[in-house]
Ligand binder design. Structure first.
Ligand code: BV8
Length: 244
């Protein structure tokens, strides 16, 4: 399943950059962003709910959706795919992990310096001032102690810009790597989906890990069809064996 050529390439790589999406958390039991929502949320489209307009129109509804997702994520664990990425970082000279996921599971698995391209589910910000507000977790929509505006989750909604530092670091890492992995993402959301193009233009070897082919299939050097929780541990074992 893991081509020898890819193991060789990784063994000689100076810098590896990884972009992950919701598929990496799927085996932890976190529904991916585009699969149908269930239960109470079945009738809502995440693409509609994850927007400033939805929050302005109905902050309580959007807050409830994020509370539901926080509760779900609190009750799951990182999976072997998350842990394999922690190991991969120790097997190459330089490693950067960029995630579109807001669930914090990479950090819980032990990954360090994770670039959270779309923010973090568990952070709260004042919807008016944008400042982070600590310790106001509550079932009901909380309000800013400073100005009284509603609080909102510290995630990047559709139509909002990526945090400048995360964007700069992610584009720099994509533009200066020997191998770029796109793992568990449908490659539909920009500008995250544009990182692979930056890596390709910089001459990186492009690898995708996904049970389904995505829009970037034509530019790939390696397309590993399967689940990240199965392929990544296999890949890391092969690389570790190659090193010994
Ligand atoms: C912005 C946080 C500038 C919230 C999310 C071109 C350039 C710039 C912008 C745009 C553009 N074209 C369109 C836009 C606008 C928009 C966009 O991209 N829309 C899409 C729908 C076309 N982009 C934006 O608005 C971005 N901002 O560009 O700022 C700007 C400013 C003002 C005005 C205009 C532009 C902000 C986007 C951020 C949105 N926030 N999340 C929240 O989570 O609630 S994005 C959301 O989608 C999640 O973060 C998620 O991670 C992300 C991407 O989805 P995926 O991770 O790929 O998940 P998905 O379910 O789609 O796919 C899962 C994949 O896993 C599948 O392929 C599946 O096969 C695979 N899989 C399943 N199981 C496994 C697996 N793989 C491996 N193993 C498994 N076991």
């Amino acid at each position: 399943m893991i081509p020898n050529e890819l193991v060789e390439t990784l063994a000689n790589a100076r810098r590896v950059t990884v972009l992950t999406g919701a598929g990496v958390s799927a085996e932890s039991g976190v529904p991916t962003f585009r699969e149908a929502q269930t239960g109470l949320w079945a009738r809502y489209d995440p693409l509609q709910l994850a927007t400033p307009e939805a929050f302005d129109a109905n902050p309580e509804l959007v807050w409830d959706w994020y509370q539901f997702r926080r509760e779900l994520v609190r009750n799951v664990e990182p999976n072997p795919g998350h842990y394999a990425l922690v190991e991969l970082a120790n097997l190459v000279p330089a490693f950067t992990l960029v995630t579109q996921n807001v669930d914090g599971l990479h950090a819980r698995a032990g990954s360090r310096d994770v670039i959270e391209f779309h923010g973090n589910l568990f952070e709260n910000r004042c919807a008016a001032e944008g400042t982070v507000v600590e310790g106001r977790e509550s079932k009901q929509l909380p309000h800013c102690p400073g100005c009284g505006a509603p609080l909102r989750p510290g995630v990047v909604w559709f139509g909002e810009s990526i945090p400048a530092a995360a964007s700069e670091q992610a584009f720099a890492a994509a533009g200066d790597c020997d191998v770029f992995f796109s793992i568990g993402t449908s490659s539909l959301v920009y500008p995250a989906a544009g990182l692979v193009e930056i890596a390709r233009e910089a001459g990186a070897v492009l690898v995708e890990i996904n049970p389904e082919p995505t829009d970037i299939a034509a530019s790939l050097d390696f397309a590993l069809a399967g689940k990240s929780g199965q392929i990544l541990p296999d890949l890391v074992k092969r690389l570790g064996d190659h090193r010994t």
